[in-house]
Design a protein around this ligand. Structure first.
Ligand code: PRP
Length: 179
């Protein structure tokens, strides 16, 4: 799989170190509060697994799967819930855990949706953010890394469902697109 990467943008060690830093901040912010981590399937699986284990304080986990209407209209901002949360978020302190913020449209919709359900607070933690791709501003409390506006895979992120299980974040070699 290594041959399929053109560049490694973020190493396994860098991801681990940054998640530990963010986890320490989150531990301090939510001390004495009832923290609910909400992961967005499927990309956030890896960051959720590692981030949740880097926390020292208690945290529950729940999951949503969302999709933009139609594959070609990803930037429409119209989001469909494919899998909803298992539990009510009323009165809960929610921290959304995302792998990447691209246009910001998914997250902007999700934050509004969870606030409308009566969560006590809704904040965002995202491993990656592409500032140049932003279409809407989203107030993100914790960002792992700001990256260039390039197509990236690994650590949860896919190309046609492949490469999610890479331990690093990288860009794909040309031959992968043409094969
Ligand atoms: C990715 C990512 C975010 C969203 C970000 O999910 O996990 O949820 O896109 O894009 P945006 O900022 O432009 O809205 P994707 O729809 O690719 O699904 P996946 O996590 O199952 O791969």
């Amino acid at each position: 799989m290594g041959r399929d990467l053109a560049d490694v943008l973020i190493s396994e060690e860098a991801i681990r170190a940054r998640l530990a830093e963010i986890a320490a901040e989150v531990d301090a912010e939510y001390a004495g509060k009832d923290l609910l981590l909400v992961g967005v399937l499927k990309g956030a699986v890896m960051v959720m697994a590692d981030f949740a284990r880097a926390l020292h304080g208690p945290a529950e986990m729940d999951w949503m799967a969302v999709s933009s209407y139609g594959s070609g209209t990803k930037s429409s901002g119209v989001v469909r819930i494919l899998k909803d949360l298992d539990r009510d978020v009323l009165g809960r302190h929610v921290l959304i855990v995302e792998d990447i913020i691209d246009s910001g449209l998914t997250l902007s919709w999700l934050v509004a949706n969870l606030r409308s359900r009566g969560a006590a607070s809704v904040e965002v933690m995202a491993l990656l953010r592409k500032p140049e791709a932003a279409k809407v501003a989203v107030d993100v409390k914790h960002v792992g890394f700001d990256i260039p506006n390039a197509f990236v895979v690994g650590y949860g992120l896919d190309f046609d469902e492949r490469f999610r299980n890479l331990r690093v974040v990288g860009t794909l070699a040309e031959h992968v697109y043409s094969s």
